[in-house]
Design a protein around this ligand. Structure first.
Ligand code: NAP
Length: 255
């Protein structure tokens, strides 16, 4: 029970395929009390269908990370209901389909702002909200992807957003470290989720990943969830500001 009596706010559960849902289930199994974030009524209906699979009912907390008042309200609820927080999972990303399909050079100003706002600045919002509640220190974990480091086909503005997210992880880790709050990234290999469906030719990327990775296979959801558990728990207490790759060894391979 690595997360016994811990309190976590998990964002990004859209449906049963979400990476955040796999992580929520592992945290629950390890004794963590959960609050799940959701965007609107449609998303809440999806979460309502899932929660029976958890050992105890989670707190459901609405949060749209593009709206300051929504974030404030969410952390107000968490403060009132939980009193403190130990863990926050950031599993949020969005870009317009046309900004993923075309050339990066053609990204509109509006599309750029939207992708960076939802996918990168949102980590600041969650960290700022969580800081006063992490009175016993804590762990913030954000999901990222190799497209932050390399120009990956059809990842475009989302790669730029992930680069900003990863840089943000280091700045936040440096600032919040004195309070015992750790901030880390988890860079997952391609997984078949709703967000992944928005990426053109995702299936090709998925297939190439299995062919070229060191382990000669794709990344599995459970592997990402287990690594997230490690980053959330005291087992990783000496690690902050890092990005951990869970990609079956894809990144290390040369030509
Ligand atoms: P997912 O299930 O579609 O999750 C994406 C989540 O972002 C959804 O829950 C979505 O909520 C949420 N979101 C979007 N806009 C939001 C907003 N304004 N406020 C709050 N939440 C918002 O897809 P996923 O693949 O699990 O993605 C989770 C994270 O993993 C993302 O950061 C993604 O970039 C990262 N990642 C994914 C892969 C992959 O191959 N799938 C690989 C590496 C990293 P709604 O659905 O309610 O809009």
């Amino acid at each position: 029970m690595l997360m016994q009596d811990k309190l976590a706010y998990v964002t990004g559960v859209a449906n049963h395929r979400s990476i955040a849902w796999a992580i929520a289930q592992v945290l629950d199994r390890e004794g963590c009390r959960l609050a799940l974030g959701y965007l609107g009524d449609r998303e809440k209906q999806e979460i309502d269908k899932l929660v029976a699979n958890l050992s105890r009912p989670p707190l459901l907390v609405s949060c749209d990370v593009t709206k300051d008042e929504s974030v404030q309200e969410a952390f107000g609820v968490l403060g009132r209901e939980f009193g403190r927080l130990d863990t926050v999972l950031h599993a949020i990303a969005f870009a317009r389909r046309e900004d993923l399909d075309g050339r990066y050079v053609d990204t509109s100003r509006e599309g750029y702002h939207l992708a960076l706002d939802v996918s990168a600045f949102s980590l600041n919002c969650l960290a700022r909200g969580a800081e006063p509640l992490m009175t016993q220190g804590g762990g913030i974990v954000a999901l990222t992807y190799l497209g932050s480091q390399r120009a990956m086909t059809n990842y475009n503005v989302m790669g730029v957003a992930k680069a900003a997210l990863e840089s943000g992880i280091r700045y936040l880790a440096s600032e919040l470290g004195p309070k015992g709050i750790r901030v880390n990234g988890l860079s997952a290999g391609p997984l078949r989720t709703l967000a992944a469906r928005g990426i053109k030719d995702f299936s090709t990327a998925h297939k190439l990943h299995a062919e070229r990775s060191a382990l000669k296979r794709n990344t599995e959801m459970e592997e990402v969830a287990d690594a997230a558990l490690f980053l959330c728990s005291h087992l990783s207490r000496g690690i902050t500001g890092e990005v951990l790759y869970v990609d079956a060894g894809y990144r290390i391979m040369g030509a």
